[in-house]
Design a protein around this ligand. Structure first.
Ligand code: GLC
Ligand code: CA
Length: 536
């Protein structure tokens, strides 16, 4: 593996801002690299691994929440927004990380969680102690009564209202340990502005905004017309009272204005709405820079589903002039290899899907470990931590299986922690040495090598990642024709079960499988394989 000094940092593409085409690597901090042997990933561990990310060829990293937390939802229940959880280090460690990253040409994006705090946040403690306190009006409380104020449900299961010790109700659209903030109270907005500036002043390049479609609720707290279905791509009109209230867009306008005061700060919103044209409204020119396009996260391996996932996003975001932020994996969904069928089949498909996503114009988000082809891990129930598992009484497996620590070395207990240290915070499956970075780095056919090659080619060819894309399907074959600076690269994906022959005027730039045969104007593309063709 190359060292930091050997790195070539890709030059900025023309005058276009960095985030429009940035490849962003999502670091699940707790599971990335443990520097001090307590079994928990930390900032110093991540800092020591920055050369790996630079070698891989990404442009930025987004770090899952690093704040002091109540620990009820993987750090998404924050107690102090302007501090670092001692498990992960301190503010000086974060500053050192940002400085090292910049030297390697990598930008650091933090996670910020404005929809709710931890129930251990000092505001909530004050609100519980005194119903008439200023802090109480920063949350949603309702007077003691038999029934909760409305029919809203928690996304993690069960009602969205719980009782305080003195019998009042309070709202939590996620776990009871995550009381929702009342954004109609101006003190809330003022405090978040302080938080943004606190981190921007320390050199970070922006924020991934958690639950950005939340924050405001129906002012009269009216019943929702229906119940959320986990099979949808996101929330629709059945959840009209809890999400996507028009007032929220003003918050993003204010946050954008704050970011515009800094050189390269950007915002990417988590907006889980079924209608992508609604999602795109969150990245209008004066709002956030990007909002995630999640549709491919739930698309089955099928040309129609993939073509729809790509085309709908391209159409929706072009309406507002924003790039598409493509997501194939994150810390909330089962790993791709497993979603696509597991084992060799799932791996072949995940390789092909990676080539498709990395060809598309816009900003792809890569989830740590996907470049190693990690499958969804089986986490024993007694080791699970996800509130989804507990609140569903075990009916839903929860998200622990995609949050298992990274395997770095095939020896030393996979090298997540220094030799001879504590057990990792989630158990690492016994056979994960085969996925370790050290096992893949010199293997020309590994998933890691495929990602690295694809990222290098993406940086070198303007048709890839920054051009125009036209999507078409023919039977089981999906084609994305990418053009940029007079160059044409076609990404052809065979999603069927038979080998297909594809005519080309050019040559194979990269293939997701070794069995692609490239002869005299024709290539033979096996099932579950993708290829990048550089056309003459
Ligand atoms: C987002 C996060 C998820 C978290 C939830 C509540 O969906 O990605 O991990 O549980 O928000 O903060
Ligand atoms: Ca540690």
């Amino acid at each position: 593996m190359g060292t930091a000094t050997e790195q070539q940092v890709a030059p900025e593409r023309s005058a276009s801002p960095w985030w429009r085409t940035a490849v962003v690597y999502q670091v699940y901090l707790r599971s990335f690299a443990d520097s001090n042997g307590d079994g928990i990933g930390d900032l110093a561990g991540l800092r020591a691994r920055l050369p790996y990310l630079s070698w891989l060829g990404v442009d930025a990293l987004w770090i899952n929440p690093h704040y002091p937390s109540g620990g009820a939802d993987g750090g998404y229940d924050i107690c102090d927004y302007r501090a670092v959880d001692p498990d992960y280090g301190d503010v000086a460690d974060l500053e050192a990380l940002v400085a090292d990253a910049r030297r390697l040409g990598l930008r650091v994006v933090l996670d910020v969680v404005p929809n709710h705090t931890s129930d251990r946040h000092p505001w909530f403690a004050a609100a519980l102690a005194d119903p008439d306190s200023a802090e109480a009006s920063r949350y949603h409380f309702a007077p003691a009564s038999e029934e909760p104020p409305n029919n809203w449900r928690s996304l993690f299961g069960g009602p969205a209202w719980s009782r305080t010790p003195d019998g009042r109700w309070y709202l939590h659209l996620f776990a009871p340990e995550q009381p929702d903030l009342n954004w109609r109270d101006p003190a809330v907005a003022a405090d978040f502005e302080k938080t943004l500036r606190f981190w921007l002043d320390r050199g970070v390049s922006g924020f991934r905004v958690d639950v950005a479609y939340g924050l405001f609720k129906d002012a009269q707290l009216r019943d929702n017309p229906g119940a959320y279905s986990p099979t949808l791509f996101g929330h629709g009109p059945e959840q009209a009272m809890t999400w996507n209230q028009p007032e929220v867009h003003d918050v993003w306008r204010q946050w954008r204005a704050v970011c515009d005061e800094y050189e390269d700060a950007m915002l990417v919103g988590e907006v889980c709405l079924a209608d992508l044209s609604q999602v795109a409204l969150y990245s209008r020119p004066d709002e956030m820079h990007q909002s995630f396009s999640f549709r491919l996260l739930k698309s089955p391996w099928d040309t129609a589903a993939f073509a729809d996932g790509v085309q709908t996003a391209l159409d929706a975001f072009s309406q507002v002039g924003a790039p598409v932020s493509w997501v194939l994996g994150n810390h909330d969904k089962d790993r791709q290899v497993t979603r696509f069928g597991g084992g060799e089949l799932g791996t072949a498909r995940a390789r092909a899907a990676a080539l498709m996503v990395l060809a598309l114009p816009g900003s792809p988000y890569l989830y740590a470990g996907d470049e190693l082809g990690l499958p969804q891990a089986v986490v024993p129930d007694e080791a699970k931590t996800d509130p989804i598992f507990f609140r569903s009484g075990g009916a839903r497996a929860g998200r622990d299986g995609c949050r298992v620590p990274m395997p770095w070395n095939a020896s030393d207990g996979v090298g997540f922690s220094p030799d001879g240290s504590a057990e990792p915070w989630l158990p690492i499956p016994a056979d994960w040495d085969r996925y370790a970075v050290s096992s893949q780095v010199r293997d020309g056919s590994s998933m890691l090598t495929l990602y690295r090659r694809a990222l290098a080619l993406r940086a070198a060819h303007s048709a890839l990642g920054s051009g125009e894309a036209v999507v078409s399907t023919q039977g089981d074959v999906l084609t994305v024709r990418c053009t940029g600076d007079g160059e044409v690269v076609r990404c052809v994906v065979n999603m069927g079960s038979e080998t297909v022959l594809e005519r080309t005027s050019g040559s194979v730039l990269l293939a997701s499988a070794a069995r692609v045969h490239d002869r005299a104007g024709t290539i033979a593309l096996p099932p579950n394989t993708a290829v990048w063709l550089l056309e003459d």
